[in-house]
Design a protein around this ligand. Sequence first.
Ligand code: NAI
Ligand code: 13P
Length: 451
Amino acid sequence: MITKAPQHCCRLFLPRTRLVTTSSISPCRAALQAGRTTLSTRNNLTAAPAARRSLSTATDALLSPRPPALAAPAFRAANLSVPPRPALALARGLHSSRPTLLDASKSTMTQYKEKACLIGSGNWGSAIAKIVGRNVTEHDGFDREVKMWVFEEMINGEKLTEIINTKHENVKYLPNIKLPPNVKAVPDVVETCHDATVLIFVVPHQFVKGICQKLVGRIRPDARAISLIKGVDVSAMGLTLVSDLIKQNLNVDVSVLMGANIANEVAAENFCETTIGYSDPDNAEVLKKLFHTPYFRVSTVPDVAGVEICGALKNIVALGAGFVDGLRYGDNTKAAIIRLGLLEMKKFAKMFYSGVRDETFLESCGVADLITTCSGGRNRRVAEAMVTTGKPLDVLEKEMLNGQKLQGTLTAKEVYEILSRQNLTHEFPLFTVIYRISFESLPASHIVRDL
Ligand SMILES: NC(=O)C1=CN([C@@H]2O[C@H](COP(=O)(O)OP(=O)(O)OC[C@H]3O[C@@H](n4cnc5c(N)ncnc54)[C@H](O)[C@@H]3O)[C@@H](O)[C@H]2O)C=CC1
Ligand SMILES: O=C(CO)COP(=O)(O)O
């Protein structure tokens, strides 16, 4: 049973330390809120394009005689349950390939089918494609084809998309694992997404902004999204969750999925758990069907920000665990880094976002992901090698990961930037020392000295 989500608020830190709060309970409400924020700060700041776009969408919806974007809230206001997707689609007046009112009255309405697509095909993207590709064939109500956007590259003179579509294997990012044949690799991101109702974002976080920009106005208006991306976005505007970035650009509801999920182990079907953070219970229901398997156990919690911040920040702690391993300090020290890391993750989440739940940190996305990443993750492995070889992290990332990307290094930089802008580094000594060891040539032994 999926319970209704409370309203989450995120505090966005802006230049000149202005604090602005935006609501994220529904796209329409968020749009209005974002717009209000923009208007109220117009004298001090240039209005964000996404916020301006959101405001005009929301205002259009309010002024239109049959406001499409207000369909779902209107059903709620009338104390009716939210309509099933076909009714919602009708209320939103979608294009003609959808069931029409006329069809419905003649009882010829074709069955509404969810259509999932994947934006990303790296190590985790491919492991999750295996699960989603199989689940859409095992549950009713899903289109069997799952398109997967692949950042095209040549492997021994052959396109990666062609290899995936013929061998059904991502030979570069997830070798020796067969993908279901209904997963179709597509090199064009718009073609991948244009007819999907569920957009699964699973790219390294540095690429998500550019991808969203390509998708603006090119997706179905009734689509929903889920982000599996572990990272945050930092710009002159402040800190933005990846889920909020997607929501602001595409005006869709965004859930998140994070957990103790090293891709190769999930692909081998070794049992593990994961956490979906949601704000719309209807979406959580569909997403659970799409991801849950007996070996990949999904829990749902009404806490998007809490789940997502856990996923992003644990990668910084993993670098710390790697430094400790490189120094051969032993398991007690590593356990201390994990515990202190968990405390800073929680403090950061609660300081920057209201509505984050304590219980979230005990889910798979919290303590369990910390443990797994600090044992078997890429961030830990590369950080250990930095200590043992003396080479910089970016060099080792290229040497050791065959095109896979570290997320902890950029996140450490981004979080440090936010903390130093707000004069908060002293409140987060672990995050701060990990940044300094990674980027300011501080000797790794400071990992314990500076705490
Ligand atoms: N690998 C893992 O075990 C897990 C990863 N994650 C998260 O999933 C997200 C995606 O990671 P992975 O699938 O592991 O990716 P990866 O690190 O294995 O692969 C990198 C991906 O980035 C693509 N790429 C390279 N240059 C690009 C560009 N300019 N534009 C767009 N894409 C480009 C590559 O084609 C490749 O698909 C990350 O946020 C990661 O933290 C989450 C759970 C487990
Ligand atoms: O997020 C992960 C496991 O849950 C993977 O972590 P790494 O990116 O450090 O490999």
